[in-house]
Design a binder for this molecule. Structure first.
Ligand SMILES: CSCCC(=O)C(=O)COP(=O)(O)O
Ligand SMILES: [Mg+2]
Length: 232
């Protein structure tokens, strides 16, 4: 496995799914009513409110009900992801939120840095939300953003289960053909899409992730820790 770019998913790959479901989502729902109360008509909040379908942007009650419904079904739609990033900002800045990265992640970032391997992120979370998560981690140093070259989400790259999204990402770096990229994710369909686009792919199996099928284990490389990755 020789790669020049490590392209990383977030949830279920660098941090537990439970951090997103049991910490980030409840935090967003907790601060939502007060945020709407104080910012509903503000110019800053307009970009988030106006991105919602008009029937939900019309009243605070409809807005909250829709956000709750989307989050209960873990719908990864761009306007929700964008709002979540905004709601999490204060939580990270005040120290209430800190991303619990798996212990093998930061050491691997350091190693890739030494080896000249570029680190890029591709998550359903919005780019601003991705930057917050890597800016405020439980690691030492806590801020891993200086090690990350670029960030991709469903807005600037497209859906994560489509090969065309990975082609778009690779095309931004003509010096790195698709074969130079290694995509790491907990999601089998995402890894299959990356491989279809010509990237290398590997499934990351973390505690709390969905069970992998025998077929997925046969078809793809599966690791439980970044330590298991050979030097790139
Ligand atoms: C980086 S924001 C928090 C995670 C999140 O909201 C999300 O949807 C993560 O999905 P992923 O594509 O990283 O599995
Ligand atoms: Mg994931």
């Amino acid at each position: 496995m020789v790669a020049k770019v490590a392209l990383l998913d977030i949830e279920g790959t660098v941090c537990p799914i439970s951090f997103v479901k049991d910490v980030l989502f409840p935090y967003a729902l907790e601060v939502l009513p007060d945020t709407l109360e104080s910012e509903w008509d503000s110019a800053e909040f307009a970009q988030y409110r106006n991105a919602f379908p008009s029937e939900y942007a019309a009243s605070q009650t409809a807005f909250v009900d829709h956000v709750k419904d989307l989050m209960s079904r873990d719908v990864k739609i761009a306007y929700l992801k964008s709002l979540q990033g905004y709601l999490w900002l204060r939580g990270y800045e005040t120290g209430q939120l800190k991303a619990p990265l798996f212990p093998d992640v930061a050491p691997k970032f350091a190693m890739w840095g030494k080896e000249g391997v570029q680190i890029m992120i591709y998550s359903s979370g919005s780019v601003p939300a991705q930057k917050l998560l890597f800016r405020y981690t439980n690691g030492e140093p806590a801020d891993l953003t200086p090690k990350i070259t670029d960030y991709f989400d469903t807005v600037n790259a497209g859906p994560k289960q489509e090969a065309s999204s990975y082609e778009r990402i690779a095309a931004k770096y003509p010096e790195h053909p698709a074969a130079d990229w290694l995509f790491l994710s907990d999601n089998v369909k995402e890894v299959e899409a990356a491989k279809k686009a010509g990237m290398q792919g590997c499934i990351v199996e973390r505690p709390g992730n969905a069970e992998l099928s025998d077929e997925a284990r046969k078809e793809h490389a599966v690791i439980q820790s970044f330590e298991a990755l050979p030097d790139l």
